[in-house]
Design a protein around this ligand. Structure first.
Ligand SMILES: CC(C)(COP(=O)(O)OP(=O)(O)OC[C@H]1O[C@@H](n2cnc3c(N)ncnc32)[C@H](O)[C@@H]1OP(=O)(O)O)[C@@H](O)C(=O)NCCC(=O)NCCS
Length: 135
């Protein structure tokens, strides 16, 4: 998928992170236009249920965001999306230290803690850096 799905991604992101940071369709167009970026969208009965947006630079892939619509949670959608990009090589991401569901998902997919970024988010909260342990 390319920039034509930017509005869909913004809607899914808002539904998934409701009350959190809003990423506009324009910001998704910018992200999708970056070299090495890729989005995978999960469909359930042809309905977009979630997506993962990643960016690969040389041999490293960063998960920029992962979102599953609340209606489709705990059905393995998040796990499938993360698994879809693991073959890219070494994968890393930042996740809010308070985001227990996402941390549990990444750990279930084999990610391990690799560091802490203090004050990473706009509200001043910290992020955990996780890395896939396939290598
Ligand atoms: C985190 C998120 C992507 C998980 O998506 P999901 O499709 O519900 O996850 P899955 O069904 O694939 O769950 C896989 C495993 O992750 C863990 N997990 C997922 N949600 C969890 C929760 N709420 N509490 C505890 N563990 C959870 C479990 O180990 C689960 O396996 P199980 O269902 O067999 O116990 C989803 O909750 C979401 O979109 N959250 C808001 C956005 C977000 O935080 N994104 C990540 C930013 S880095």
């Amino acid at each position: 998928m390319g920039i034509e799905c930017a509005l869909l991604l913004a809607e899914l992101h808002e539904a998934a992170f409701h009350g959190g940071e809003v990423w506009s369709a324009a910001s998704f167009i910018d992200l999708l236009s970056m070299q090495g970026s890729e989005v995978v969208i999960a469909l359930i009965d042809n309905i977009p249920a979630g997506f993962i947006l990643s960016r690969t630079v040389l041999d490293e892939t960063e998960i920029l965001t992962l979102a599953v619509h609340p209606h489709f949670r705990r059905r393995g959608v998040g796990r499938s999306l993360v698994r879809a990009i693991l073959p890219k090589g070494q994968v890393f991401l930042e996740v809010a230290v308070c985001n227990n569901p996402a941390t549990a998902l990444y750990e279930a997919c084999g990610f391990v803690k690799a560091g802490l970024r203090r004050g990473y988010y706009r509200d001043g909260s910290d992020a955990q850096v996780l890395v896939s342990n396939a290598f």
